[in-house]
Design a protein around this ligand. Structure first.
Ligand code: LMR
Length: 330
């Protein structure tokens, strides 16, 4: 009798300890990014945290680090590969070290609008790019929208010749460098965290960003003109460390996959409204003049920048470019 009770006690104790250990030991997912919280990516990261901690309570804890707090550009990918963070969502312009295919998203004037970008990302060709870096240890979980980019500068940009000789900040992308060289401007690679200061101090004269990044970084306060050019896209790939993801308990991974899918729908639904709201806030702030291009002027920018496609066609693949162009027509 005593023996059975003692056994039961030991059993209960060890179960209790195991339970405690489990409760004290959730899987920690660090999600690091470089933008402000009130942006499509910032909001997506917070929603991911909320849903993961609600539905996997005690099993998963998500720590979100916005504004390059933990890792900035250049370092966040390395940190992901080293296991110092588990999820990041770099802009599609920041992958050229890992795959040349994603350069497609930087080609100027390839997509007519964000709906076309969305259709391409959801096409078989677009989806295949999510798994194109698994040999490098990177798994793509989803595409998240930010939006179409606008050109800003301290000079009114109406025609390509207006950009001549100006210094433009670019993300770490050869395509974007070539895009500015095509209008005889000088591109300068700079991490996102440095852009505001770069514009303020005149290290660079201009930049290209969606409205949400311009507003949340207060770039409109240091740029006299913003041209609504919609000349390219700034979107993200939500990525994780392949080993980390594959090593998760199957039930946790499949729940997280469902959550990612749900958050992706929400981010992509809200991104355009968020950008339009920030555009209005910039107009209301009256710090910058917003320039609308005539169809002829927009055509001039397109003609000047489009030759860049040819330079990268070999690396990206002509078929992939065709598939992206087809997304404009549906
Ligand atoms: C940039 O560097 O301009 C963007 O990639 C920042 C971001 O993550 O939106």
């Amino acid at each position: 009798m005593f023996k059975t009770t003692a056994k039961a006690l030991v059993c209960a104790l060890s179960l209790g300890i195991a339970g405690l250990a489990q409760a004290a030991d959730p899987i920690v997912i660090k999600f690091s990014h470089v933008v402000a919280e009130h942006t499509p990516k910032g909001q997506g990261a917070l929603l991911f945290k909320q849903l993961a901690e609600e539905r996997l309570a005690g099993k998963v804890k998500v720590e979100v680090y916005p504004n390059s707090q933990l890792f900035g550009d250049g370092k966040e990918m390395e940190a992901l590969l080293l296991g110092d963070v588990q999820i990041i969502a770099p802009s599609l312009a920041k992958f050229e070290q890992y795959t040349k295919k994603l350069q497609i998203f930087d080609l100027p004037f390839l997509f007519d609008n964000i709906q076309a970008v969305d259709r391409f990302q959801n096409s078989p060709e677009g989806k295949s790019l999510l798994t194109s870096m698994e040999d490098k240890g990177i798994t793509g979980l989803a595409y998240w929208h930010n939006g179409m980019k606008q050109l800003s500068a301290n000079k009114a940009l109406r025609e390509p010749k207006d950009a001549r000789g100006l210094k433009f900040r670019v993300q770490a992308s050869k395509v974007l460098e070539e895009q500015f060289k095509a209008v005889r401007a000088n591109p300068r690679k700079m991490s996102f965290a440095e852009v505001y200061q770069g514009l303020q101090t005149g290290v660079v004269n201009g930049a290209e960003n969606p409205w949400s990044n311009i507003y949340s970084q207060k770039m409109h306060e240091v740029q006299k003109f913003i041209t609504e050019s919609d000349h390219g896209v700034l979107d993200y790939m939500l990525i994780t460390n392949t080993k980390f993801w594959d090593g998760l308990p199957a039930d946790v991974r499949s729940e997280l996959e469902k959550i990612v899918a749900e958050v992706t729908v929400e981010v992509n639904k809200q991104a355009d409204a968020l950008n339009q709201g920030d555009k209005q806030r910039i107009i209301d702030a009256k710090t910058s003049e917003i320039i609308q291009l005539t169809p002829e002027q927009r055509g001039m920018w397109r003609d000047a920048m489009k030759p860049v496609w040819k330079e990268f066609e070999g690396e990206i693949g002509a078929d992939l470019i065709k598939a992206a162009e087809a997304a404009n027509k549906q």
